[in-house]
Design a binder for this molecule. Sequence first.
Ligand code: KG4
Ligand code: ZN
Length: 322
Amino acid sequence: MSNFIANQTVHEQYGGVVPELASRAHMQHIVPVVDAALKKAGISLSEVDAIGFTQAPGLIGSLLVGGQFAKSLSLALNKPLIPVHHMQAHVLANLIDDPKPDFPFLCLTVSGGHTQIVLCESPTSMKVIGETIDDAAGEAFDKSAKLLGLPYPGGPLIDKYAKDGNPDRFKFPEPKIEGLNFSFSGLKTSILYFLQNAGKSNLYKEEFTATEEERTTFIRENLADICASIQQRIISILLNKLKKAALETGITHICLAGGVSANSGLRSTFEKTGAELGWKTFIPAFQYCTDNAGMIAITAYYKFLAGQTADLGVSSSARAEW
Ligand code: KG4
Ligand code: ZN
């Protein structure tokens, strides 16, 4: 009924999220955000049937703020408490709006911390059939952007510059990883060497032949082509594994999820690939791609229907197995 988001701009100056500052900002924001969400939905707390909250995974300080707040609400209102797994919620963001995928479906979940192919059998039954063995796709975007001197988070900026660039201009290597798993650390290293050589060679060798000035000039003059080429490679790494997963499982309802699914190149290539291969493709509305409360609420809703509530002893966790 409402999907209210409080952004934390305090981290930008540090080039990444500072965990302690994130927890403090959560404490400052949580009461006003809940108030604003209720106001937007036009309901009172007493009309809410259950309290869902993100239990794991993530930054523990921030998770604890949300977890304790949810428990307090649950206790005070005498309403069921429902712990939600952040990555499962990204997948179920695809069930918020119509049209919805049929079960079973596959979901490529790409965020700042995770890159997974999830086989979803029902709202409460899913398994990870492929995942990254090193960096996440969002990290690949953000770390590449950092090498280009762009501010954090650089993913959206690469997307923006890539629109005016030639994606075939520079050829970055595709990793050879068996099965359905992903790897992005080799790509990051090849971009580092490529930039250190100011694009003089495509050999991706560790030879630092360019001066600082040559490097910055090279980046400035070729930013759009570099961004487009990096983005194209990240997309091809993701979609090649997704195609393999679709082939191996025979599943044709395929979804995208997570912050990186906001990437315009990934969205269009995903849809084009789906049209070629006869998939029915689903991408959540933009506001449900990056981290949001709506995806936590829809997951809590299905868990509520399945009776999957918790008592006040449930604890938040930085890491969580599925
Ligand atoms: O799911 P999310 O909002 O937060 C996590 O749970 O990690 O994903 C954030 C990630 C960041 O790495 C950000 O750079 C990336 O999503 N991202 C993008 C775009 N928008 C967000 N990456 C590429 N292109 C975009 N348009
Ligand atoms: Zn996320």
